[in-house]
Design a protein. Structure first.
Length: 426
């Protein structure tokens, strides 16, 4: 590829076709690659060009469905957007194991988001804290004036929390504005409210406010779910024991806990992405919550009941919405919400928590039995066959041989194809 400069001025002013042409000249795109970029799928050029800056195309991922989920005595089909093989199937399988004992029981999820206001350069921290408490009603009134509709629907700013922190730049007051955002994710509204009350805070407290922004550690928006997974469907007493050992490993070791929680997020992020929610905010909040007690820990807990079934629980902050942002703009997100048939953001969070628990159990079961690779790579083998250029009518045959020989590699797939073409009986 030829060398080029990246300091390109005015790219955003070009039409999408002009951007693609410029890019094609820079990096030598071939006609097929240009054709792929111009295929926007379900988007129109006008729609996609307003979502982010410097748009040149649409990036698609598989959209699948997880089945067998019963949550709070209601059945759900769960849409998931993810590129990793075995995840959707594993979630469905774990949900089936929980279904025998009533499915998942998810608790109420509040819709309270935090906006943080950073107050610095104060002459007297204690006086400033007392002043904020004294003016709480006024602060909440100013905040709620920013969104009368939210207030009318029963949401809005409800309280403040005042924290004092020590930093390398001296002591600061961090004011938490607590806002009931109802069915929205809520970042925009809490940021607007924080901006609105900041001048008044500076006026009555003195000092200087810098940051006024949402916190993605949504500790007032915790989602909890619980389920009993049938020991026989899991594979028996030995598998249950293996899962418990894997959990204790994660509880004692942050290196293992990280991958343990990644398995949980496989499900939660896939659902968040499908419904047009902010996956980065969800992940950041989850991992911060896992570290809140000073040590990175699992987001799930496991034990056995009196007859040896596995009982699992999850507790995770989930700031999910069903209105606003991409949830309404993205056509596939709208379809996903229609498939779910959810009536509130709370219900969506309850589903997400149950899905995360199911995903975690499925991964631990695989690790405790055949190992994660066997099940995962069996599905991955088809992708390897496609990458190797295997003809469509031979993909399944080559994939089976890859798994059978435990050599799931592109070079070996090509070797198998050559043997087939040479007439060898495989």
């Amino acid at each position: 590829m030829k060398e080029f400069r990246s300091d390109i001025s005015g790219f955003y002013k070009l039409s999408m076709d002009e951007r693609i042409k410029l890019l094609s000249n820079l990096v030598n795109l071939d006609p097929e690659e240009v054709k792929i970029l111009k295929d926007l799928g379900y988007f129109t050029p006008a729609q996609i060009d307003t979502l982010i800056e410097n748009v040149i195309g649409s990036y698609q991922l598989p959209f699948g469905l997880a089945f067998n989920f019963k949550i709070n005595d209601r059945d759900y089909i769960i849409p998931m957007v993810i590129e990793e093989p075995s995840v959707v199937a594993a979630a469905s399988n774990a949900a089936k194991m929980a279904r025998k004992h009533g499915g998942f029981h998810s608790e109420e999820v509040k819709s309270i988001m935090i906006s943080q206001i950073q107050l610095t350069k104060l002459n007297d921290i204690e006086i400033a804290k007392k002043t904020l408490e004294k003016n709480k009603k006024i602060l909440l009134k100013i905040a709620n004036e920013q969104d009368p509709v939210l207030n009318k629907l029963g949401g809005g700013a409800q309280d403040i929390e005042i924290r004092e922190i020590n930093t390398n730049k001296g002591k600061m007051i961090i004011l938490h504005l607590l806002v009931n955002v109802l069915d929205a994710m809520g970042a925009n509204v809490v940021n607007t409210m924080a901006e609105a009350i900041s001048p008044y805070i500076e006026e009555v407290c003195g000092g200087k406010i810098y940051l006024r922004i949402v916190s993605n550690l949504a500790i007032h928006r915790l989602a909890r779910s619980r389920a009993t997974f049938d020991k026989e469907l899991l594979g028996g007493k030995e598998i249950v024991e293996g899962i418990l050992n894997a959990y204790e490993f994660a509880l004692a070791d942050p290196y293992r806990a990280t991958t343990h929680n990644k398995g949980i997020m496989n499900g939660i992020v896939a659902l968040s992405l499908a419904t047009g929610n902010d996956t980065r905010a969800v992940e950041a909040g989850a991992h911060a919550y896992a570290s809140l007690k000073g040590r990175y820990s699992p987001l799930t807990k496991f034990k056995v009941d009196s007859v040896g079934n596995l009982v699992g629980e999850i507790e995770i902050p989930l700031a999910l919405g069903i209105i606003g942002g991409m949830t309404k703009i993205h056509p596939m997100a709208r379809i996903a919400l229609k498939i779910l048939n959810v009536r509130s953001a709370e219900e969506l969070s309850q589903i997400a928590a149950a899905l995360g628990l199911a995903q975690n159990v499925a991964a631990l079961r695989a690790l405790a039995s055949e190992g994660i690779q066997e099940g995962h790579m069996a599905l991955h083998s088809r992708n390897i066959a496609k990458i190797a250029g295997i003809p469509d009518d031979l993909i399944e045959k080559v994939a089976r041989k890859l798994v059978e020989d435990k050599k799931i590699r592109v070079d070996y797939a090509k070797e198998i194809l050559k043997k087939i073409e040479d007439g060898e009986n495989l």
